[in-house]
Every structure is written in C-alpha cells, then in structure tokens.
Design a protein around this ligand. Structure first.
Ligand code: KIV
Length: 271
C-alpha cells in the first residue's frame, strides 16, 4: 500500500516516508476555504498558502506587497477547509529578513493565529539564524531555493536560475545547509532539471519542484494556473488541467443573458 493511501492526516513524517518509499509528493496552493476543501478532498498531500496570493488573489505584479496579517487571513480560511493535507504557509517578504527574532515572531503568529502546520521561507545561508530560531520553537520549516520571487528585483527577471556553475554550487551548498539545520523539505523553483536531480539525490529530505523537471521528490503548482484561471500566464513548465477562465466567463455571460431575457428565474426558482 502507498504511504499516500495509508494516512488520514499528512505530517512532515509522512512526506519523509514518501521520499524513502520513492513515492512522489503532490502539492498545490490554496488561499481560501472553498478552494482548499476541493483540493483537500481530491487527496493532495500538501497545501501551500503561498505568497503568490499577492498575485492571483490581490492582483499585484509581485509577491512583495502581501502582509503578514493578510497571509494569516488566507491561512486561517484554508485551515478551516482542510482535513487531511499538511498546510504550509509562506512567511511574506519583510516578515523574517530583519533578524531572527522578527522571523520567530512572524512564524509564531502564523502558527497561533491560523492553525497552520508549518512555514516556508525563501533563501539559504543568509537566513540561517532565522531558520534555526524558528525550528528551535518546534515549528517545522520548509526551504525555498532557485527562483525566489521575493528577490525578483535582485534577479531582474523570472527566468531559470542557477544555470551558471557558481549559482548552481551555491544552491547545492544551501540545500545541504537547509537539510543540516533541520528543514523538513525544500521547494526548488525554476532551475535546470539536471540540477534538480543532483540536489534531490544528495538530500535525505524531500524536494518539491516547480519548473525543475521530474526528478524532484514532488511537484507544486499554483492552483489558479492549474485550473486555467490565470489566462495570460504560459511558462513552459505549466500544465493546465482546466480552462476555468473561459468556463466561468461563459457561465456569467449565460446568466446575464438569462436575466435580461427574463428566463431566470423561472416559476420553479421562486417562492
Ligand atoms: O507562493 C507560492 O505559490 C510558491 C510556490 C510557487 C512554490 O512559493
């Protein structure tokens, strides 16, 4: 029997068992109760309350504007819709880079006020102290390396990271450091597939890829991209499973037509 079908509640230990068993981990984002309910009922292993909420929920160009209070609001809505998945919440930009005490306070607020199960932080050696301090409070931490969108103004573009040897070497060293510190897993975003394979094979903790090829120990997508709600976003790594934008637009157009023609409501739809 697979680890996936065996567990009632996914924990960080379940993810470790999946890696040990060679069983891939599925992860998707959610930001609200209704979407979280659907995704959890389908049997997803991990739900990420990503700071991509800044883009797909609030319409910002980057992930930088979203606040800790807003992340807590999204996370607490998600938690109410989830029975099985492990819920991981992004620490937003500006809530952990100042110093390790600020990082710990932010992580504690997320855990206490939302009921989430773990936090995710972007970066390697530069946030070592923050990761140590959060872990020492008993809060599980997931790392995030490669394309880290909170650093978009440093990178300048959203293109593939770590193609050059020096950046790839730093990423490998950071991945080892995050494992040594005690992170339970690691997101690898938009790096070459060969590097994903090398890093995943070098670690005992699971890696979760996005735009990093099939050799990560699991995959994550932004749910709005998977559902086809983000119509104008076409990165090569994205597979759309629905065209929800057109389906929803069609439904609204039909509703408008039915209201105008007085087809809606009919006799059965009134009291
Ligand atoms: O915020 C987010 O959705 C993420 C994923 C893309 C990994 O960090």
């Amino acid at each position: 029997m697979s680890v996936h079908s065996d567990v009632k509640r996914v924990t960080v230990h379940t993810l470790q068992a999946m890696k040990t068993n060679g069983e891939k981990i599925s992860m998707l984002t959610a930001y609200d109760y209704s979407m979280a309910r659907v995704i959890d009922a389908a049997g997803i292993d991990v739900i990420l309350v990503g700071d991509s909420a800044s883009n797909v929920m609030a319409g910002h160009e980057t992930t930088l504007p979203i606040t800790l209070d807003q992340m807590i609001y999204h996370a607490s809505s998600v938690i109410r819709g989830v029975q099985r998945a492990l819920v991981v919440v992004d620490l937003p930009f500006g809530s952990y880079q100042g110093n390790s005490r600020q990082a710990l306070e932010s992580a504690i607020r997320i855990m206490k006020e939302s009921g989430a199960h773990a936090v995710k932080l972007e970066g390697g050696a530069e946030i070592e102290e923050s990761i140590k301090r959060i872990l020492s409070a008993g809060i599980p931490v997931m790392g995030h390396l490669g394309l880290t969108p909170q650093s978009i103004y440093k990178f300048g573009t959203y293109t593939v990271r770590a193609k050059e040897d020096a950046e790839a070497a730093k990423l490998r060293a950071d991945a080892k450091l995050l494992e040594k510190l005690g992170c339970f897993g690691l997101v690898l975003e938009k790096i070459p597939a060969k590097l994903t394979k090398v890093v995943s094979e070098s670690l005992t903790i699971p890696t979760i890829g996005i735009g990093g090829g099939v050799d990560a120990d699991g995959q994550v997508l932004v749910s709005h991209d998977l559902f086809g709600l983000t119509k104008d976003f076409h990165p090569r790594f994205l597979r759309r499973y629905l065209d929800l934008y057109d389906l929803m637009k069609g439904a609204v157009e039909q509703y408008i037509a039915d209201v105008k023609s007085q087809d809606f409501p009919n006799e059965k739809e009134q009291y």
